[in-house]
Design a protein around this ligand. Structure first.
Ligand code: ACO
Length: 263
């Protein structure tokens, strides 16, 4: 069952949604501002991800108009702006805990992309800056065009990356490379993203859709429950001892045996 979010709500959030069989595609759709992100977009994404039916096995995240996302909508950092979202400077009147809680709400859709129920794929063309880079990092896999350019811009703005991107970045490229990319806020081009493990596939932009379709076919070829349980095991492996991971494998296998025996 597709999420109940209406066309008007999607447009308001700056999103497109297509659910076709086992594949849900969420497209950031504010191309006039290079798919810059605003809190109503994050709320819309959280709602979509929370309402996806059990038939959905793959979630694709991409951007409209040849750009993945230019990150946070910079008008939110401008006290003179009067967008319906207000601006982030105004939130400084709140207590530390209130700000922490608010950012926790903003982080929700990024964290939800790790849900073992589905495999998430960022399809990255053009820029993925700041919150855009973190959105791509929050997906399990990144299929990237040669023209892609990743940048963790936050330190250059005096901020830290706070939208769930730091852990997957370290997991993908290691601590030293992650620090170098963040501290310099440099642009990482598509070919380098492939070489350092940030992207699983790098192709000319014209080949993105074909590679995506083939990847989705391969990812959905096998038993859904087995793939879900395996994703969970792999996600949890870094935080467990070998002994604990062995136990987790045995325990997960019992559930698989019983599911297979039950038909
Ligand atoms: N927020 C709001 N508007 C934006 C943003 C943004 N993050 N990025 C681009 N836009 C707007 C531009 O203001 C411009 O608007 P205009 O047509 O009314 O002048 C339009 O999108 C097109 O932008 P250009 O800069 O003309 O596009 P170009 O392709 O030359 O460059 C690029 C794209 C590299 C993404 C550039 O726009 C840019 O550097 N944007 C800002 C990136 C940024 O600093 N993001 C915040 C990171 S920190 C964080 O996410 C927490």
């Amino acid at each position: 069952m597709a999420p109940a979010i209406s066309a008007e709500e999607l447009a308001h959030a700056g999103l497109q949604l297509a659910v076709e069989g086992a594949v849900a595609t969420i497209t950031l759709d504010r191309p006039q501002v290079r798919n810059a992100q605003v809190p109503r977009m994050w709320a819309g994404m959280a709602r979509i991800l929370g309402e996806l039916g059990p038939e959905v096995r793959v979630v694709v995240v991409r951007g409209a108009g040849g750009t993945f996302s230019a990150g946070l909508d910079l008008s939110l950092l401008d006290p003179s702006q009067t967008d319906e979202e207000g601006n982030f400077i105004a939130t400084l009147a709140a207590s530390d805990q209130e700000i922490i809680d608010q950012i926790g709400i903003y982080q929700l859709p990024f964290a939800m992309l790790a849900d073992p129920r589905f495999i998430t794929i960022a399809v990255v063309e053009g820029h993925a800056i700041g919150a855009g880079f973190q959105l791509a990092l929050s997906c399990d896999l990144r299929i990237v065009a040669e023209d892609a350019r990743f940048c963790m811009k936050e330190p250059a703005l005096g901020l830290v990356p706070d939208l769930v991107g730091t852990k997957p970045l370290v997991d993908a490229v290691g601590y030293a490379r992650a620090l170098e990319i963040c501290a310099t806020a440099r642009f990482v081009p598509g070919d380098e993203a492939g070489e350092i493990g940030l992207a699983q596939v790098v192709v000319p932009a014209a080949e993105l859709d074909g590679v995506l379709a083939a990847t989705i076919d391969a990812l959905t070829a096998h038993v859904h429950g087995a793939v879900t349980a395996t994703k969970r095991l792999l996600q949890e492996a870094p935080s467990r001892s070998l002994e604990d991971q062995r136990l987790a494998e045995r325990t997960a296998q019992v559930a698989r045996f019983r599911a297979l025996a039950g038909g």
